[in-house]
Design a protein around this ligand. Structure first.
Ligand SMILES: [Fe+2]
Length: 395
């Protein structure tokens, strides 16, 4: 690039919110029993796939060997809703569980956060979903991700679906930061390639949206750009071989950094568009990120060229002699190439989505916090155009 691409003065963050303890590395799960509180009885919150893959038993056998009392709730579904959380809470009460371990992808970790919230406080999830901050403390909470995507173990938010309103509620508060996160790449070895790719698209979207957010800071830039560098390098390796321990560990860390970045900086339009697409067309969250990220980047380019030029550099683009605007444009092509290289679709047709645009899908974009963080504030016709652009996008 031909001139300095930094903002004049990146602001400092006003507050930092952390998960206080992270165990990271191959085999680190073995250390879990030694750091659990033996007077607690733990409810392992997970899904059937994790149980079938033997990962729930792996955790249970480890903690049982050290005399840690526990129960298993493995009925978490994709996009967990209020009913499944309340079912888990009732089971926890019946079995006298006092603490929670979330094991799985973002759905299980978010459900675990919601269960720990409801074990501690009487308010309904709908009250928190309407903006009431979750008070400190909730029940003791451990997060063990088995995908490299949501970074939920690093965030102060959980997403729970309200089936009656056909929308997702974000519940928020520092209380939702787990007391302990375990990032063990050995837990990713059975990850199907498509799941690894979609989760990687989610993590990359978190990092890119945090990097160009109106709430970005020097702190979040550092985390987001580190995540983008790692995802560009290691996502193709993880998708081609989930047993690649180095790639899995780097991707787990990248997802965690991206989670820390967006929990401080917020997200953007990719997430605002993805929620109604998921609600009305049952599209997975990672797939909606893969579809919308390139088109939203194109839409935002003029409003955040310096940020996108730094993203291009982090993705390894050769920017020699380019203007900031040229480098920013290169970031979009770079993301498209990365997604194509891991088999992610670039249009509704490729994603087998029979797309119909409803006006309430457009309505749902505007009240979201993510929309307020996006570097460019969209008009209604912009949102319509963004939804419809994937009808014909050949890239
Ligand atoms: Fe996301």
């Amino acid at each position: 690039m031909t001139r300095n691409d930094r903002r004049a003065a990146p602001p400092s963050p006003r507050q930092l919110h952390f998960c206080p303890r992270v165990l990271c590395g191959a085999g680190v799960l073995a250390e879990l029993p030694g750091v659990l509180e033996p007077t607690n009885k733990y409810l392992l919150v997970t899904d059937e796939g994790i149980s079938t893959a033997g990962l729930a038993k792996l955790v249970c056998d480890l903690i049982a060997a050290r005399g840690i009392r526990h129960e298993v709730f493995d009925r978490v579904c994709v996009d967990p809703d209020v009913a499944i959380v309340e079912e888990a809470v009732a089971f926890a009460h019946e079995t006298a569980c006092t603490a929670v371990i979330g094991l799985g992808g973002g759905s299980s970790l978010d459900a675990a956060k919601a269960v720990a919230t409801r074990l501690a406080w009487p308010n309904s999830l709908a009250e928190y979903g309407r903006g009431m901050e979750v008070p400190v403390p909730i029940a003791p909470l451990v997060a063990i991700p088995t995908t490299a995507g949501t970074g939920s173990e690093a965030t102060r938010v959980a997403v729970i679906t309200d089936r009656e309103q056909n929308e997702k509620m974000a519940i928020r508060g520092d209380a939702l930061l787990p007391q302990l996160a375990v990032l063990d790449p050995d837990l990713l070895t059975t990850l199907p390639p498509r799941v690894a790719a979609e989760c990687g698209a989610d993590a990359l979207t978190h990092a890119i949206e945090a990097c160009v957010s109106k709430q970005a800071s020097a702190w979040t830039d550092m985390l987001a750009l580190a995540a983008i560098r790692s995802i560009g390098e290691y996502l193709p390796r993880l998708v081609s071989d989930p047993a690649d321990a180095e790639a899995a560990e780097e991707m787990l860390l990248a997802a965690n950094f991206a989670g820390q970045a967006f929990t401080h900086a917020g997200l953007g339009l990719v997430h605002s568009l993805g929620e109604p697409l998921g609600a009305f067309h049952h599209t997975s969250h990672g797939l909606s990120c893969a579809l919308f990220l390139p088109v939203v980047m194109e839409y935002n380019l003029a409003a955040a060229s310096p940020g996108y030029s730094r993203i291009a550099a982090a993705l390894g683009e050769n920017l020699e002699g380019m203007t900031i605007e040229g480098a920013a444009t290169a970031s979009v092509a770079s993301v498209r190439r990365l997604f194509a290289s891991v088999g992610l679709p670039a249009s509704y047709r490729e994603a087998n989505i029979d797309f119909v645009l409803r006006s309430d899908m457009v309505d749902q974009v505007f009240p979201q916090y993510s929309t307020s963080c996006n570097p460019r504030h969209p008009k209604r016709e912009d949102v319509v155009r963004l939804f419809e652009s994937l009808d014909s996008n050949p890239a």
